[in-house]
Design a binder for this molecule. Structure first.
Ligand SMILES: Cc1cc2nc3c(=O)[nH]c(=O)nc-3n(C[C@H](O)[C@H](O)[C@H](O)COP(=O)(O)OP(=O)(O)OC[C@H]3O[C@@H](n4cnc5c(N)ncnc54)[C@H](O)[C@@H]3O)c2cc1C
Length: 382
């Protein structure tokens, strides 16, 4: 098969970019390390700015009977709490379902999905890009362009990870719960915070972010970590003791919120590979989807000969920064606050006194509806 584009990494960003390019008439190959469907660490609260795009992609969100989340409750170990209405709100949908549905759409539209396959190297050539994988048949193939959507942990061949600094680990499982289906809850505990909200089929996603130092200290024993740290918040202590697990835990290490390069060696990075927003903003999936639209649209301009490779990377960088810089800064500040118990208490007290402050923070960490493909591509030189 002669392909135009390779998308490396098949999470939300990669799958979305692949569908857009395939639908625009460019033969696309998507390489995903794991085999669909699979569980992934994520709070599974998808802010509503993504809904029109999901419908455009072919996910019938309104017919899927998904919970709509309009309320937020925050607590911290001393018992202090805040409840408010989310200015935008979100839907609850598992990554097991969402990523799998997108993969099926891509295949239906003629995209080639190589799941269970790792990208192991790339080389820029005169004709484009050579991709190397561990697939028995597609171990080496050439394409005109490639997008890197590896998620937060880029593969070793890119030699970018800065593992000197400690980050966070993320842990998630699905549970049966008795909390209102229209409410997302965020519970603070020493060393992290835990979100819980409804997803499809009456299940709930319970997902927490924890200081990696604590995890190392406790030798990664998650049951012990939960007992020692999460149980310090009485709300979480009840939930963890009473809610019946529906799945085992999945976890991920190396979660960091730092600026990252947006392109390299003929690759544009999208989704978490380009930069990750702290999960408390509930906006990472929407950013992944939005960055995929930007990258795919600009890639379409390159593939149709309207811009050069140099301009491809430059325009993407410009559009990415204009779309995400403010919300990344705002969410980074909120993350620092949540890392300090005194600041957390102060913030919750301020939100209780001035609920408008909460609405403003929520607005500044989100965008408006993601532009649909066909409405974004413009070059910086025009
Ligand atoms: C604890 C936690 C809670 C979160 N909660 C929320 C939330 O409630 N709402 C929200 O909007 N966001 C949330 N996020 C953020 C959200 O999960 C991410 O922003 C989103 O998944 C990014 O999508 P992506 O496509 O960039 O990456 P991913 O979804 O991580 O996909 C990357 C894919 O690339 C594959 N891959 C990696 N290396 C290779 C390789 N060498 N070859 C082939 N494939 C490869 C991986 O297997 C993976 O499937 C949370 C994140 C964390 C850590």
């Amino acid at each position: 098969m002669k392909a135009d584009a390779a998308i490396l990494g098949g999470g939300l960003a990669g799958l979305t970019a692949a569908i857009i390019l395939q639908r625009s008439g460019y033969q696309t190959i998507l390489v995903e390390k794991k085999v669909y469907p699979f569980h992934k660490v994520c709070g599974e609260y998808l802010s509503l700015e993504s809904e029109p795009l999901l419908r455009w992609l072919g996910i019938p969100t309104r017919q899927m009977d998904l919970p709509v989340l309009r309320k937020l409750r925050i607590t911290e170990p001393s018992g202090l709490s805040f409840q408010g209405n989310l200015p935008l709100g979100g839907i609850g949908i598992s990554r097991y379902l969402l990523d799998y549905e997108l993969k099926k759409i891509l295949e239906k539209e003629g995209g080639l999905v190589l799941d269970g396959t790792s990208a192991t190297g790339i080389t820029q050539t005169e004709e484009g890009i050579e991709i190397r994988t561990n697939h028995p048949q597609y171990d080496r193939f050439g394409v005109r362009l490639a997008l890197g959507a590896f998620g937060r942990n880029k593969p070793g061949f890119l030699q970018e990870e800065d593992r000197q600094r400690s980050g966070f680990i993320g842990v998630k499982r699905h549970v049966k719960a008795d909390i209102p289906a229209d409410r997302i809850e965020l519970h603070h505990f020493p060393g992290g915070y835990c979100g819980i909200s409804a997803i499809e089929n009456g299940a709930y996603c319970l997902c927490y972010l924890l200081d990696e130092g604590i995890s190392k200290e406790q030798k990664g024993n998650l049951e012990e970590i939960e007992r020692r740290y999460l149980f310090q918040n009485p709300v979480l202590a009840r939930y963890l003791a009473e809610f019946e697990p529906l799945t085992g835990r999945v976890s991920t290490a190396g979660v960091m919120f730092r600026p990252r390069p947006l392109s390299r060696d003929g690759l544009l990075f999208l989704g978490d590979s380009a930069g990750m927003i702290p999960p408390l903003a509930g906006n990472g999936m929407s950013m992944a989807l939005h960055s995929a639209v930007l990258a795919a649209e600009i890639s379409g301009l390159y593939l149709s000969g309207q811009i050069t490779l140099k301009q491809w990377a430059k325009d993407y960088e410009k559009q990415w920064k204009s779309a995400f810089s403010i919300r990344l800064r705002m969410a980074g500040n909120l993350q620092h606050i949540m890392e300090n118990p005194n600041f957390t208490r102060l913030t919750l007290r301020s939100f209780r006194l001035f609920p408008a402050l909460f609405s403003l923070s929520a607005r500044l960490t989100h965008g408006s509806n993601i532009p649909l493909p066909g409405s974004t591509a413009k070059t910086g030189n025009k």
